[in-house]
Write a protein that binds this ligand. Structure first.
Ligand SMILES: C[S@@+](CC[C@H](N)C(=O)[O-])C[C@H]1O[C@@H](n2cnc3c(N)ncnc32)[C@H](O)[C@@H]1O
Length: 251
């Protein structure tokens, strides 16, 4: 799969348009799904980009590690957050968390990024989570579930090629990753899935998943199976409808 190119038209704010902005998306959709673990002493954000979520995460911790392989994004975050001692900037190789001290992280977060990466990259990150997390720490990872639609992907891809409309198909989700594969990778690496929410993304199919995971020996209870939520974009629409009537904040 080709590496997606990001234009950074509005520092990522453009991707929050269905929610009516990143503040509405954070407070309406993201925070309710991660509030159990906040505030946290130390947080790692994988794929921080231009800091769309970092600006909120930093308000809920004593230390925030930003991990990002793209120097353009890291530079943008340095400009945005400056020399705030609360933030460490880690330009990585797209798979390593070796710069993060073991056993120190209460929360690992990644949203709207790892949906695009290959299985090997997910595996590389997941294999390091148990070592980095504190005993009851958690990770919230937004990843692809497009693999569940593999047959229709290839049928649709063929149709699109014939119509010369390949760009934008399936929102550049990784075609191999699935909810089950992610769960297996967790199990193989000393982790358990506390919740796996399958969601639609700008369409009807549940091509994305939010997996909340913790160490096997943590106090948290494993979910028996995934939760299918076909109303995620409807949720965005409702948040947007309300948010537009209120003064907007920017972090
Ligand atoms: C669509 S942007 C989203 C950025 C940010 N999470 C947000 O929501 O605004 C995707 C980001 O993922 C980063 N990325 C791509 N491959 C990565 C990898 N293997 N590890 C970490 N970050 C990666 C890109 O450099 C880019 O900054």
């Amino acid at each position: 799969m080709a590496k997606p190119d990001y234009e950074w038209i509005a520092a990522g704010e453009e991707w929050s348009e269905p929610w009516g902005g990143s503040a509405a998306q954070w407070f309406g959709s993201i925070l309710p799904r991660i509030q159990t673990v906040l505030p946290a002493n130390a947080i790692v954000e994988i794929a921080s980009g231009f800091g769309r979520w970092s600006s909120y995460l930093m308000q809920h911790c004593n230390h925030l590690h930003l991990v990002e392989p793209d120097a353009q994004g890291m530079d943008a975050c340095r400009r945005r957050f400056g020399s705030d001692p609360k933030i460490s900037y880690h330009l990585n190789d797209g798979r390593s968390l070796e710069m993060i001290p073991d056993g120190t992280i209460d929360f690992i977060f990644s949203f709207d990024s790892l949906v695009h990466v290959r299985r090997e990259t997910i595996e590389a990150y997941v294999s390091q989570f148990a070592a980095k997390l504190t005993t009851n720490g958690m990770a919230f990872i937004h990843h692809s579930n497009l693999g569940q639609f593999a047959a229709s992907v290839s049928r649709r891809a063929r149709a699109l090629v014939s119509r010369r409309k390949i760009a934008g198909a399936d929102h550049q989700r990784d075609p191999e990753m699935t909810v089950e594969l992610f769960r297996e990778l967790c199990e193989q690496n000393g982790l358990k899935c506390l919740c796996q929410e399958l969601v639609n993304w700008r369409g009807r199919r549940l091509i994305d998943c939010f997996s909340t995971v913790a160490r096997k020996n943590s106090k948290w209870q494993e979910a028996p199976g995934p939760y299918r939520n076909p109303d995620f974009m409807r949720e965005a629409e409702l948040i947007r409808r309300v948010a537009q009537h209120y003064p907007q904040i920017t972090a």
